[in-house]
Design a protein around this ligand. Structure first.
Ligand code: 5AD
Length: 357
């Protein structure tokens, strides 16, 4: 299938619903990598000319595997009785940050299931003490859906960013992936509220999630364009054996790369991670994501003894080598592509005037 003109920012910003659907459909159905190379090289060019040929590292700490929700795709679902539950203590979390700081990290992501223990106020105390100890770091939270007061409290405690994937912008599709207490409208409202408060926000979705279609992806792109988040996480769906989606097929790596490139072109300054789900398919896919316009990566700093328990999906990338060695490997992988590896706060372009890069 050849050839549409490679889309540029104006085309993606101006597309109506049916044009957007047409574009997504066209690129998802291109058969070979050579066909897609024009798209990827455009995405790289957009990244490099806007923010330079560089990749930002953020240290990821998965601090609790407890969750009150039932997301049908996730191994941490409250309904999974076989899941191993752990919760790091405040002291353990601070120690991991101390070690990461010594390695050079100035950007950290605290991620967990929706764990009532931490959400009942302890998390904002923790955020406050971390920011008092390490005043020059950026702190990102990825802890689920909260109410406006909680988002505000965490922001005032010092959190800089918040990741909350919207998962799908199609209300009906959303209800096929989640328990009845969750709705897309709540995710959207949460993301809008966080933006208003002053967070740098991240949305995102799984590529190839059950019941996803070109129509639901079109809704995703229209939603992302309107929200214009600071970050978008895209990873392929990976079935987990103890979930009700155990028998669904894996999401496509190729589709993930195509959608990554389209996001880069549509929102030139957005932070786009090479996600763990992608790297879990094959560590080389991280490089493919950077070739398709990604500019962020979040190496796991979670202590070894907890890593296997944070099993969102099967076969999650988890290495027996210590964090420092993994980070060296990653930095080499980035350098091999002719990109620089940045350990600074790595704020989104719009936030750089206020805070140092
Ligand atoms: N496969 C891929 N990604 C998953 N996530 C959760 N479960 C899976 C899965 N089975 C993603 C969701 C969530 C993020 C933390 O991990 O998009 O928002």
């Amino acid at each position: 299938m050849k050839n549409k003109d490679v889309p540029n920012e104006a085309l993606l910003l101006g597309a109506d619903r049916s044009e957007m659907k047409d574009l997504i459909d066209f690129y998802l159905n291109m058969s070979t990598n050579e066909d897609k190379e024009d798209l990827y090289s455009m995405a790289r060019r957009v990244r490099d000319s806007n923010d330079g040929p560089r990749v930002f590292l953020r240290g990821l700490i998965e601090f609790s595997s407890f969750c009150r929700n039932d997301c049908f795709y996730c191994g941490l679902s409250v309904r999974n009785r076989k899941a191993v539950r752990y919760r790091m203590t405040e002291q353990e979390i601070v120690q991991v940050i101390r070690n990461g700081y010594a390695m050079g990290f100035r950007s950290f992501v605290l991620q967990s299931g929706e764990d009532p223990y931490y959400l009942a106020g302890r998390l904002s105390e923790l955020v406050f003490s971390i920011k008092s100890l390490f005043s020059d770091i950026a702190l990102t939270l990825s802890v689920g859906v909260l109410n406006s007061e909680q988002y505000l409290q965490l922001y005032q405690a010092g959190a800089d960013r918040f990741l909350l994937r919207h998962e799908t912008a199609d209300e009906e599709h959303f209800s096929k992936l989640h328990d009845a207490n969750q709705h897309f409208s709540i995710r959207r409202k949460s993301l809008e509220t966080m933006k208003r408060i002053g967070y740098q926000v991240g949305a995102g979705l799984m590529v190839g999630s059950p019941y996803q279609s070109v129509d639901t992806l079109t809704e995703d792109f229209l939603f992302l364009r309107e929200l214009s988040p600071h970050m978008i996480g895209l990873g392929p769906f990976r079935p987990h054996i103890n979930t009700r989606f155990a028998k669904f097929p894996y999401g496509s790596v190729d589709h993930t790369l195509v959608l990554t490139a389209l996001c880069r072109i549509m929102l030139p300054n957005v932070m786009l991670p090479a996600t763990t789900a992608l790297a879990s398919c094959d560590i080389q896919h991280r490089a493919d994501a950077f070739r398709a316009g990604a500019n962020v990566v979040m190496p796991c700093l979670t202590p070894q003894k907890y890593r296997d328990a944070y099993a969102i999906y099967d076969g999650k990338l988890s290495s027996s080598t210590e964090a420092a060695e993994n980070v060296r490997f990653l930095i080499n992988q980035i350098h091999d592509l002719g990109l620089s590896a940045e350990m600074s706060r790595g704020d989104h372009f719009d936030f750089r005037e206020r805070k140092s890069d």
